[in-house]
Write a protein that binds this ligand. Structure first.
Ligand code: FMN
Ligand code: SF4
Length: 387
């Protein structure tokens, strides 16, 4: 796959799919804007691979046999507007709710998720086999729909990351324990997907360079993992960080506590005292790491030194001068942008026209807080006034 430049739209849940997961006209419009805005590669928002893998957000995408045609139209629309497009596929594992999953969420081990208050069920061998199959079926559909690549979501505390991360994987069988064992799930997903899509179709992966959890993956181990993934045959590695429970290290910036207390059902349903406590002390408890430019750069650099495939760096990249420096220094091959492109889908176009301005995003993170109930947009610090 050849891209016209090194600027990538990182996967971003758009909340622009119909209840069956098919793309709506809003998604066509958004992708047209991004493609016209000179983004080299658009990575779609995470698309769930089976009913129980759904994330607890509004308008989640899913590719199914009966909507491949709609996705094919979307891909053609993006190609006609000059960009490439990859679909990201995901299983939420324990990082969802019973309502979204339609059943008790599953995970490698029954470790409670402390942000969503979910106690998952430990997966059986049959569950593991079924989910591997679900990933491969989705990958086959992604290729059939004409996408340029598929990306496995193995970051941010979702199921594949849950197998890799010692905090969430406490298994004592062959799926847990040593790094090789924790890698077994992603290896099986890769091999099965590869069988479905053939040797020439790019399979990308998004990983954590650091889980930012006491018992989570640290950068040295992530780099070893990345090396194994590159040897396995993954065609590109995007380096991110963090899991849902770690205090928003994935995004940094503001913790949109008031909006979360208002919108997220798991908080809305809590009693008054809990809500009052969270309003005043929630931010402090979360202990979010500071927002610095390109906060996954060190991890990407180490990973890049170990792997044979292109590395994508995501996380807090807002300054065109930093982007140039990252690529010139060889710390990453591609720069992935999420919030910069929510705040301004034309940001890449601006940079390519010579602008040195930073992104307009102020990192209020309201776009994240409102994902539960609304389609994606930039709120730029202004909360929705819904009484
Ligand atoms: C509203 C929103 C939706 C997101 N959806 C996804 C997603 O579907 N898949 C994913 O891997 N990351 C997702 N992310 C994380 C971003 O891809 C990215 O890793 C993170 O925002 C850091 O990059 P940034 O500083 O450029 O925003 C999302 C982030 C936001 C704010
Ligand atoms: S709502 Fe807009 S300004 Fe706030 S974090 Fe999201 S993209 Fe940035």
């Amino acid at each position: 796959m050849e891209l016209k430049n090194r600027l990538v739209r990182s996967a971003t849940v758009e909340g622009m799919a119909d209840p069956e997961g098919a793309p709506t006209q809003d998604l066509f419009r958004l992708y047209k804007r991004l493609a016209k805005g000179d983004v080299g590669l658009i990575i779609t928002g995470a698309a769930y691979v089976s009913k129980d893998s759904k994330l607890p957000f509004y308008g989640m995408a899913a590719i199914r046999d009966n909507n491949i045609k709609r996705y094919r139209d979307l891909v053609e629309h993006v190609h006609a507007n000059g960009a490439r497009i990859a679909m990201q596929i995901v299983h939420a594992g324990r990082q969802t709710t019973r309502e979204a999953a339609g059943t008790q969420p599953i995970a490698p081990s029954a470790v409670e998720e402390k942000v969503l208050f979910v106690k998952p069920r430990a997966m059986t061998e049959d569950d593991i086999e079924r989910v591997i199959e679900d990933f491969s079926v989705s990958a086959r559909r992604v290729k059939e729909a004409g996408f340029d690549a598929v990306q496995i979501h193995a970051a941010h505390g979702y199921l594949v990351n849950q197998f890799l991360c010692p905090h969430t994987n406490r298994r004592s069988d062959s799926w847990g324990g040593t790094l090789e064992n924790r890698m077994r799930f992603v290896r099986a997903i890769y091999e099965r997907c590869r069988k479905e899509v053939g040797k020439d179709f790019p399979i990308l992966i998004k990983i954590n360079g650091n889980d930012n959890m006491k018992n989570g993956l640290k950068t040295e181990e992530s780099a070893l993992m990345a090396e194994m993934m590159s040897d396995m045959g993954f065609d590109g590695i995007e380096v991110s960080c963090g899991i849902g429970e770690d205090g928003l290290s994935q995004l940094r910036g503001e913790v949109p506590m008031e909006a979360m207390l208002k919108e997220w059902p798991m908080y809305r349903n809590k009693n008054y005292l809990f809500r009052l406590f969270m309003k005043h002390f929630g931010r402090k408890m979360m202990n979010t790491p500071p927002l610095v430019e390109a906060y996954n750069r060190d991890a990407a650099r180490l990973i890049k030194s170990k792997v044979k495939v292109p590395v994508f760096l995501v996380g807090g990249v807002t300054d065109p001068a930093a982007m140039e420096d990252i690529v010139k220094n060889g710390d990453a091959d591609y720069i992935s942008l999420c919030r910069s492109l929510i705040a301004d889908p034309g940001f890449v176009e601006l940079i390519r026209s010579g602008s040195k301005e930073r992104s307009r995003c102020i990192h209020c993170n309201l776009c994240l807080a409102y994902m539960v109930s609304y389609s994606l947009k930039c709120y730029n610090g202004k909360m929705i006034d819904n009484g």
